[in-house]
Design a binder for this molecule. Structure first.
Ligand code: AMP
Ligand code: ZN
Length: 323
């Protein structure tokens, strides 16, 4: 985060300022924080993501994106009159997950937001390769299913995730590269027993989330997931290069994608009825959680296998598929 001496475009003060090449702006600390929160608010209002009387379940990983969203939504909830709760999944990856939970609990405490925690071990689940799925795809499927289930238990009217501009752009781009004309939508309406899903950071570059956390001095969980591999993230570099050559290119490209390819659910993934065992909405006979629990119940826990991974991509896809 480079602060330089200059004049803030909003308040006019000559002070330490931050250059936002994405928006051709120079802002002081104070004005940046307000700018960021206003941007999130504009996205919420533009797509009627959430408003008065809503009870929001925000999925928090502890990373910079969901941390920024947690603290921004906490402030916006006062003005916009919605209730905010945080939801964290302890992903049963040993010490990493324990430290992750500790960090998220401290954040929620600091934000003054109630936190719900679900430990996937309690459901007989773990993040591990399954049949043709790599561990990131399994993790994504678990999070997607649990998000729906816990949202209902919490009586949430809306589920929010911290998917960013880069996340949505990458997912759209990969789709288009395989000639699937499908772009994730900022809002997925409630369907088939699933709560409405929103992505308030869809127009926000990741870098700004980090800056917001730094400027507000928010604690961010920065450990890398033990299952993370660079593959699947390499395409992101393409966008970073584009952004260097053309400031604001990422945002413009996403907006163009959205205009050109209005989103559409993939038919197969729309829930058709209740899971035969647990009753959760699913497109199959057994929901993903019950299928995975069956698989793990007959197999011993193994040390994690680092197979070629598409982490990030698959998670988005998983969340998106959930309707
Ligand atoms: P990721 O694919 O890891 O970037 O995560 C996408 C979104 O899922 C994040 O922005 C969070 O909103 C949510 N998320 C990721 N990990 C967790 C977790 N362990 N518990 C709850 N929500 C999560
Ligand atoms: Zn089930």
């Amino acid at each position: 985060m480079d602060m330089v001496e200059g004049r803030c475009r909003i308040c006019g003060d000559s002070t330490e300022i931050l250059r936002l090449t994405e928006f051709n702006l120079k802002l002081c600390r104070h004005c940046f924080v307000r700018f960021f929160e206003r941007r999130v608010r504009r996205a919420l209002e533009k797509h009627a993501m959430l408003g008065e009387g809503d009870r929001v379940a925000l999925a928090v990983s502890g990373g910079k994106d969901s941390t920024a969203l947690l603290f921004a939504l906490k402030r916006l909830g006062v003005a916009m009159d919605f209730e905010l709760r945080a939801l964290h999944f302890h992903l049963n990856m040993g010490e990493y997950s324990d430290r992750n939970l500790e960090a998220v609990a401290a954040q929620a405490d600091l934000a003054g937001v109630p936190l719900e925690v679900v430990r996937i071990a309690d459901l007989g689940l773990r993040v591990q390769r399954v049949k043709g799925w790599n561990s990131c795809a399994v993790c994504g499927a678990i999070k997607r299913s649990l998000l729906n289930r816990e949202a209902r238990r919490m009586e949430a009217t809306v589920v929010a995730t911290a998917h960013t501009l880069e996340d949505v752009l990458l997912f759209s781009f990969k789709n288009l590269l395989s000639r699937k004309h499908y772009v994730p939508q900022p809002v997925l309406p409630a369907t088939g027993g699933l709560a409405r899903k929103v992505k308030p950071l869809v127009y926000t570059p990741e870098r700004l989330n980090l800056v917001y956390c730094r400027l507000r001095d928010l604690p961010v969980f920065e450990d890398k997931c033990p299952e993370w591999t660079p593959r699947g993230h390499s395409l992101k570099e393409v966008f970073e290069h584009m952004e260097e050559v053309m400031p604001s290119g990422k945002l413009q490209l996403l907006l163009s994608f959205m205009e050109a390819f209005p989103g559409q659910e993939e038919e197969d993934d729309v829930p058709r009825g209740p899971c035969a065992r647990c009753g959760e909405p699913t497109s199959r006979e057994l929901c993903a959680i019950c299928q995975l629990a069956d698989w793990f119940s007959t197999r011993p826990s193994r040390p994690s296998e680092h197979t070629p991974s598409t982490c990030g991509e698959t998670e988005i896809r998983a969340f998106q598929d959930a309707g």
